[in-house]
Design a protein around this ligand. Structure first.
Ligand code: C2E
Ligand code: CA
Ligand code: CA
Length: 302
């Protein structure tokens, strides 16, 4: 460490001690620098991570509430930073979108997800829905529609097992690139869903206009359902209206053991959340699946 870095470190420690309050004694820890570097140069750090291929894809199971059956996964990228730290998308997706780095990340995620989906179909005979998140930025340039079809042509999973998750704000933009891509995907049997439904100015008009197959209500609704009457009423009416227009409804962020039954009684079709499993690597998911299916056979709670 040279004089400059120790001075900088002293400054970091000083600011940290101020945050902790006047009576706290503070010393410099390398993790503080990491955190700060992360804030100072998030784009650079992310750019390096992409170049060094520090991303891995994790999968979170989706369960059919009526049959308690494992029916699909959502692919969620994780950044393995400094070998031992797993950084979740909520910490880096915004930076990636603002810097355009979502483009390389968003090319890799569907490629790896489709490859894994095809492998599971071939090797395990699994016909899972593979859900992949897409941001509006990825549609710029107009190549995305065809890119996804090329990935399917390379790996040859069943196209009907791919589900692309879009947000309402993305549909609101309704630019021709987006509309064309959606039309192309739907013509090939790829499924489209609306994520975080209810978080923004939700409108059932999109469901009709884009013939959306699934809506995922925002996690905040799900966690409030047992305790907040108003949320329960909102959810119930969204589900009822959605039913008439045909899409399935997915509850996300399901954490409590009593919740699936309540959600099922409210008309939800599917669920995902820590109650069943956290997002995990492909290998971990295979182990989880064995445990889950044997718990289903014995009737024990997963
Ligand atoms: P999302 O699509 O709503 O994904 C669900 C998020 O909720 C995931 O966070 C997941 O780890 C977390 N989650 C799952 N079950 C529970 C639960 O029971 N309780 C709680 N509190 N959280 C739960 P993650 O992986 O950090 O993803 C955050 C968001 O980043 C995603 O929200 C999605 O909007 C975006 N994102 C993730 N992957 C991608 C991607 O490949 N491309 C793009 N464009 N966006 C992505
Ligand atoms: Ca999602
Ligand atoms: Ca969501």
């Amino acid at each position: 460490m040279n004089a400059d870095t120790s001075l900088q470190n002293a400054g970091i420690a000083h600011r940290a001690s101020k945050r902790l309050g006047p009576l706290r004694y503070s010393f410099f820890e390398p993790s503080m620098n990491d955190r700060l570097m992360h804030h100072l140069h998030p784009r650079e750090a992310l750019r390096k991570a992409i170049a060094n291929q520090e991303f891995e894809l994790h999968y979170q199971p989706r369960i059919d509430l009526g049959a308690s059956k494992f029916i699909g996964v959502e692919a969620l990228p994780r950044w393995r930073r400094n070998d031992d730290e797993l950084v979740c998308p909520h910490e880096f997706i915004r930076v990636a979108e603002d810097s355009g780095l979502i483009v390389p990340i968003g090319q890799w995620v569907p490629r790896e997800a489709i490859r894994q989906s095809a492998e599971w179909q071939r090797r395990n005979g699994w016909t899972l829905m593979m859900a992949v998140n897409l941001s509006a930025v990825q549609f710029r340039g107009g190549g995305l529609g065809q890119e996804v079809l090329s990935l399917l042509a390379e790996q040859k999973p069943n196209p009907a097992s791919l589900e692309l998750e879009l947000t309402e704000s993305l549909l609101l933009e309704a630019e021709s690139d987006i509309l064309d891509a959606i039309a192309l995907w739907k013509s090939r049997g790829i499924k489209i869903s609306i994520d975080d439904f209810g978080a923004g100015g939700s409108s059932l008009v999109y469901i009709k206009r884009f013939q959306i197959g699934k809506i995922k209500l925002d996690q905040s609704f799900v966690s409030n359902v047992p305790t907040h009457e108003v949320d329960r009423v909102i959810v119930q009416s969204i589900i009822r209206m959605a039913r008439d227009l045909n899409p399935r409804t997915i509850a996300e962020g399901v954490k409590d053991a009593g919740l699936p039954e309540l959600l099922l009684s409210m008309g939800y079709d599917q669920a995902r959340g820590y109650l069943y499993a956290r997002p995990m690597s492909a290998n971990e998911l295979e182990t989880w699946f064995k445990q889950y299916s044997s718990s289903q056979r014995t009737g024990s709670v997963p």
